[in-house]
Design a protein around this ligand. Structure first.
Ligand code: DX5
Ligand code: ZN
Length: 216
């Protein structure tokens, strides 16, 4: 599996969002992770489709949009139109997952499903064939800068084994508490797409930080 690094702009300086996104693009990132929170599915509010659209006009990295919202079905078209390349929605939102996935396929967006720490890995099995990626949250969604949860490693292993069994090359993304120290155990468990907010945006040398996640 190809390793991809997706810096989370949640940890960036929102007053200079364009420059922050360009800085990780120039530092060698593979994607840009955009955390959308609605203050309902999670207690925090971040940004919406108009901001994604503005970023799209300046940034060429693929946009990896992580919807932490209660009604993904309603908003997927807005984010697709704004320039999302891949969208993950939470299974726990209660939305009809098959409907969300086919909507994304029709809109030309790569579909992904995200799982909170308390959701078992098996929950994603019925959709695996149609997914580009599974996002395993390694912290409770809602805030950056939290501590990595080792308890999620078994879930990563379980999903990777199931993909292997079915001959699927599905990406497995980990999000939350990813650093040059936690990345290795995720990779060994079968993850290949690494989101990092604080670790990349908080480092003096973002290029070095991205490289250290790629080569762990
Ligand atoms: C948390 C978000 C993450 C967050 C990760 O709900 O989904 O993408 O930005 O932040 P770090 O890397 O600081 O844990
Ligand atoms: Zn995220």
């Amino acid at each position: 599996m190809v390793t991809k690094i997706s810096p989370s702009i949640l940890a960036s300086d929102f007053s200079a969002l364009g420059e922050e996104a360009l800085s990780v693009q120039n530092a060698g990132a593979d994607m840009l992770h955009i955390d959308v929170m609605d203050g309902h599915f999670v207690p925090n509010i971040t940004l919406g489709a108009p901001i994604v659209k503005c970023l799209r006009s300046r940034v060429s990295l693929p946009f990896d949009v992580h919807l932490m919202i209660s009604d993904p079905l309603k908003y997927i078209p807005d984010f697709a139109k704004a320039g999302a390349d891949l969208i993950s929605f939470h299974l726990e939102s209660g939305a009809d997952a098959s409907q969300c996935v086919s909507l994304m396929e029709n809109l030309g967006v790569q579909p992904a499903i995200a799982l909170k720490p308390s959701t078992p890995g098996e929950a994603v099995f019925p959709y695996l064939e149609s997914l580009k990626m599974v996002l395993v949250m390694t912290v409770e969604p809602g805030f950056g800068g939290q501590k990595f949860m080792d308890s999620q490693l078994n879930k990563i292993r379980l999903i990777r084994n199931e993909c292997d069994k079915r001959g699927l090359k599905t990406d497995i993304q980990v999000d939350g508490g990813i650093t040059d120290e936690t990345v290795q155990k995720c990779a060994l468990a079968g993850a290949n797409v690494f989101v990092a907010g604080s670790f990349i945006f908080g480092s003096q040398n973002r290029e070095k930080a991205i490289k250290s996640l790629r080569t762990y």
